[in-house]
Ligand binder design. Sequence first.
Ligand SMILES: O=C(O)CCC(=O)C(=O)O
Length: 163
Amino acid sequence: MKTPWHQDKPYFLVDDGEMAVAWVPVDVVHKEVSAMGYVRGSHLWGKSFKPSDFKTESGTFPEVGGIDHSDLEQLDLDRLPQAKIVYFDAEPGDVIVHHWATLHCSTGNTSSDRIRRAASVRFACDGCRYLPRRSPPEPFRNTIDIAPGAKLESSERWTQAWP
Ligand SMILES: O=C(O)CCC(=O)C(=O)O
């Protein structure tokens, strides 16, 4: 399955500051085995795009149950600057780190005999605050014990990586 073009930022219940996403492959990854692709420099565009529903390549997440993305832009896939798209081969032991506003995707696994697994670890910088807005599902939404607007580092929920 392909991962459609998206930014991570509009999915996260986080405001202020910046976040980095570390993508860690468990299998050998190349273009036929769902390599990650990135639009170079897209984190500097100052844009936030409507999150994808991850089911269709161009679909956005349905705005139901109070989810409202009217403040976000529709990503126009036909206008992605092709010359700036980079794909990376990767293997176990590699880590690819991207900014939470970087547009990224994966190519899909077209091989018949290879699996492709990966983990994604998110790092928030000091100053990021909890933003309990209605957005696509985040696993920690229902168990969170931090006040709206509080800095993430004020909760023991998040492990401090660098003091
Ligand atoms: O592994 C994938 O295909 C997508 C990962 C991703 O979008 C992410 O880690 O932010």
